[in-house]
Design a protein around this ligand. Structure first.
Ligand code: ADP
Ligand code: ADP
Length: 238
């Protein structure tokens, strides 16, 4: 059973179609690069996959379940199976790293519960293990704002890992990083996917890493799938 299916999906914002009649099936364990220029619909597509956006038309199925036909509780349970990292990291900068990482376990808890849980020194071991997995075990008690961009993206990834999702989505994860840090993050994403079997879907605006790091490349342009092919089939001329 595929992990993600978009069945003839259209997303409209007013008159603008951010995605138009998109069909896409992603298998468990697959590593897919989603490439296309700014405005092509990459973020919109990823937000359909993690259930934060609903389609105007068509159906989204995650782990075999049609999101629109689930109860809110069932939908949240499915959404917990998907972790997402973003270009802007989306960390709370004045919290310590451990608290940002542990926020991944809280998911959609009400804010007051999340705040109370932050006062408890629970989950130190899990947070430490996740930070070790992303290569910065020594930053557990660091203040998040003291970290570099590359380190902050690692914290965001650790926050996803404590959630133990089936799939990791990354929305332009290296656009805010210098090339060297960007390569490290791409290598890390692939390493985690390879060693854990987690599905990986990464949006990128250049094809730089696609052949070396992915099984498959999906090209989007103006809300439509322009090509969808094995990574090896794409050359550098796109
Ligand atoms: P990409 O990630 O490839 O840059 P997006 O999915 O962010 O593309 O955007 C696709 C199109 O949808 C763009 O034209 C963008 O301006 C538009 N769009 C995205 N989100 C919204 C929104 N919440 N409201 C209105 N328009 C949006
Ligand atoms: P609100 O009007 O409060 O924003 P919505 O009715 O738009 O609520 O969405 C309710 C919930 O539906 C949201 O939490 C959203 O995560 C979830 N949702 C996401 N994707 C889908 C989908 N494909 N079909 C139905 N619901 C979805």
């Amino acid at each position: 059973e595929p992990i993600f299916v978009l069945d003839n999906v259209t997303v409209r914002f007013g008159n603008l179609a951010a995605l138009e009649q998109v069909n896409l099936t992603i298998q468990r364990g697959e590593r897919v690069a989603l490439i296309g220029p700014s405005g092509a619909g990459k973020s919109t597509l990823l937000s359909l996959l993690n259930g934060t956006q609903r389609p105007t038309q068509g159906e989204v199925r995650v782990l075999g379940r049609p999101l629109a036909r689930l109860s809110p509780r069932e939908r949240q349970a499915i959404q917990r199976r998907i972790g997402t990292v973003y270009q802007q990291f989306h960390l709370v900068e004045n919290l310590r790293v451990i608290h940002n990482v542990n926020a991944g376990r809280l998911g959609s808890w009400p804010l007051w519960k999340s705040l109370i849980s932050l006062a408890w020194p629970l989950g130190v071991d899990q947070a430490a293990a996740a930070l070790a997995q992303v290569g910065i075990p020594e930053k557990l008690f660091a203040r998040t704002s003291d970290l570099s961009g590359g380190q902050q993206q690692r914290v965001a990834l650790a926050r996803v890992l404590v959630q133990n999702p089936d799939a990791i989505l990354a929305d332009e994860p290296i656009s805010n990083l210098d090339p060297e840090r960007g390569r490290e993050i791409m290598d890390l994403l692939v390493h985690i996917s390879e060693t854990t079997g987690k599905t990986l879907v990464v949006s990128l605006h250049a094809i730089e890493f696609t052949q070396s790091h992915f099984h498959r490349i999906v090209g989007l342009r103006q809300g439509r799938v322009q090509f969808d092919c094995p990574a090896g089939a794409v050359d550098g001329t796109l």
